[in-house]
Design a protein around this ligand. Structure first.
Ligand code: PLP
Length: 400
């Protein structure tokens, strides 16, 4: 009898972490690697948020909290959804979890039975299919294309839906492509969903505040209020407020689903860290200038990276609307040889050889379900980004 659970055999290790591991091996040999593989803002958490956490510790807010979160945070979440997304959620319809990841996991765990299907547009964030599989469901991929800027079209969604479909996971702006849906594009998706009343939407709005130019952020329940009774609107403070280590994610949705997620959480983690919850209250209710300032910095990095990559031989990089990722195609380099004679057959070969020859760590697109592409996280300084893009240009030009 095997000791480890069968469920584990359904789960793949994270490709991002595997690239980081290879990067560390090269660093151990004394090489200086530019790491563009991790999805984490390089800024520090704003001071007002840190101070709120320190004050909470001093006040003795150091005990268990209610499972779904402290009331001031749940009220701040309901107020945020009203203020920024024009969504009317009562505070009792909200839940706080240990990061956005935890919220997603619990929503799936609370709803999936074996055989239930979850539609996931490709390219996708690596955790979605693994979470679905761990919860006993079946991921069903709906392909997008570079020509459509990696956005799901009605026909692809329609083709992926079956009577067994329980959820569509939407992620805008997207990890890994950075693509964000306009209100009109969301309406097209909503119209398909209106024809299939059994399908719920799990919208992962984690990168909501990282959108550039005059792009107007919209979320699906706002665009189509008829979907509100079958939408879980998920968000968090990790990316918007550079709070990845505080582990606070949240969502709002129909009360039965929130209660089911609360039930799971009550036997699993209980309420998340009390101190982090008070910090998140300040992040949501306090001054928002941090968000605008960082948005400008990210936009200038995005423009630099897109322009430099498009100057590289064989690389085609669309300009994404948001997040801090670009997802260029390396189709023009497939079949070519490195100077040492290695043929680049896949995007994984491309990223491996790039790392070995030029010490730039990026993640291959096949890990996100669409290739030949690669993902660059531009959450690092312009200086490093410029150097990394020069090395990518040099590597691309060296292939024959
Ligand atoms: C699309 C997406 N959703 C959710 C998360 C998870 O966020 P958290 O760190 O709050 O768990 C991430 C983190 O990388 C992400 O990229």
């Amino acid at each position: 009898m095997a000791f480890l659970a069968d469920a584990l055999s359904r789960v793949k290790p994270s490709a991002t972490i595997a690239v980081s591991q290879k990067k560390r091996e090269l660093e151990a040999q004394g090489l200086k690697v530019i790491g563009l593989e991790m999805g984490e803002p390089d800024f520090d958490t704003p001071d007002n948020v840190k101070e709120a956490a320190i004050a909470a510790i001093r006040r003795g807010e150091t005990k268990y909290t209610p499972v779904s979160g402290i009331k001031p945070l749940r009220e701040a979440i309901a107020a945020k959804f009203k203020r920024e997304n024009n969504l009317d959620y009562d505070w009792t319809q909200t839940i706080v979890g240990t990061g956005g990841k935890h919220i997603l996991f619990n929503a799936l765990m609370a709803t999936l039975n074996p055989g239930d299907e979850v539609v996931i547009p490709s390219p996708y964030w690596v955790s979605y299919p693994e979470m679905v599989a761990l919860c006993g469901g079946t991921p069903v991929f709906a392909q997008t294309t570079l020509e459509d800027n990696f956005k799901l079209k009605a026909e692809a969604l329609e083709a992926a839906i079956t009577p067994k479909t329980k959820w569509l996971i939407l992620n805008s702006p997207s990890n890994p492509s950075g693509a964000a849906y306009t209100g009109d594009e969301l309406k097209v998706i909503a119209d398909v969903l209106l024809k299939h009343p059994q399908v719920w939407v799990l919208t992962d709005d984690m990168y909501e505040h990282l959108i550039y130019g005059d792009f107007q952020y919209r979320t699906i329940a706002e665009v189509e209020p008829k979907l509100i009774d079958r939408t879980l609107t998920m968000n968090g403070v990790s990316k918007a407020y550079a709070m990845t280590g505080w582990r606070i994610g949240y969502a709002a949705g129909p009360i039965e689903l929130i209660k089911a997620m609360d039930k799971i959480q009550s036997q699993q983690t209980s309420g998340t860290s009390s101190v982090s919850q008070w910090a998140a209250v300040e992040a949501l209710n306090g001054p928002q200038d941090f968000v605008a300032k960082n948005k400008a910095i990210f936009q200038s990095r995005r423009d630099l990276v897109v322009s430099m990559l498009n100057q590289a031989t064989g690389i085609n990089c669309p300009t994404p609307e948001g997040a801090f990722y670009v997802y260029p195609s390396c189709a023009g380099l497939i079949g070519k040889k490195t100077e040492s004679g290695k043929v680049i057959e896949t995007d994984e070969d491309f990223v491996t050889e790039l790392l070995l020859s030029e010490q730039v760590a990026v993640v291959h697109g096949s890990a996100f379900g669409l290739g030949p592409n690669f993902r660059i996280s531009y959450a690092t300084s312009e200086e490093l980004l410029e150097e990394a893009c020069k090395r990518i240009q040099r590597f691309a030009a060296s292939l024959r």
